[in-house]
Design a binder for this molecule. Structure first.
Ligand code: FDM
Ligand code: MG
Length: 214
């Protein structure tokens, strides 16, 4: 009899700046670990690779790049980790990823690049089993002590990114694969809501690994 083993689940947390995304990723990581789950936390952009260093310098406004060029570099930065995501999942590790291709789509289309053009370079990447969008209102975002000095950290652009995320969500459809979480709520309430969605996937999944944008 062939042995049936589940693969690890692929969980993505998306959201605007000041949505509490990184904090919630850390809390979720701790909760998964204390439940005995083999889990790896990734973050895109990964600013440590050669491509990531170019992205970092662009985000810190130390260099200028054409909008399309930076979009392709963000995508390439995901392709750099694609095969390691896939092998970890097959080895039974849960992958928790802070941002993914949906940020690429939302941020670049909010700058005015055509939506379908933005989708193309990420086609074929491993698809998450669930994406949890931490939706923060402009009011709550403003209350959270302002933005840093990086590119994109400004109210008017964030509003356009929020609308772009809404479009991404609509096009992802239902099926529980795209979940909007109210990130204006208390940190603990947000954590509980995330756990409610992630717990059923914690011990792995029998679902075949899908690809973007299937
Ligand atoms: N960002 C992030 C993009 O514009 N495209 C992408 O593909 C990704 C992954 O880069 F403003 C933006 C989102 C954010 C910035 O993200 C860096 P962090 O999470 O703040 O490091
Ligand atoms: Mg940031």
């Amino acid at each position: 009899m062939p042995e049936v083993t589940k693969r690890g689940a692929f969980v993505v947390i998306e959201g605007l700046d000041r949505s509490g995304k990184s904090t919630q990723c850390t809390l979720l990581l701790e909760q998964l670990r204390s439940a005995g789950v083999d889990v790896k936390l990734l973050k895109v952009p990964d600013r440590t690779t050669t491509i990531g260093k170019v992205i970092d310098s662009y985000l810190r406004k130390e260099s200028e790049l054409d909008d399309r060029a930076i979009h392709l570099l963000f995508s390439a930065n995901r392709w750099e980790v694609a095969s390691s995501i896939e092998s970890s999942l097959r080895a039974g590790t849960l992958i928790l990823c802070d941002r993914y291709a949906f940020s690429g789509l939302a941020f670049s289309s909010a700058q005015g690049l055509p939506y379908t053009w933005c989708r193309a370079p990420d086609a074929g990447l491993p698809a998450p089993d669930i994406t949890l969008l931490l939706d923060v209102s402009p009011e709550a975002q403003a209350k959270r002590g302002g933005f840093g000095a990086e590119r994109y950290e400004q109210t008017e652009l964030q509003e356009r990114v929020r609308a772009a995320f809404e479009r991404v969500g609509d096009e992802m459809g239902g099926g529980g694969r795209w979940v909007v979480v109210d990130a204006d709520a208390e940190q603990e309430a947000v954590a509980r809501e995330l756990w409610r969605h992630v717990e059923p996937l914690a011990q792995g999944t029998d679902e075949p690994l899908r690809r973007l944008w299937d």
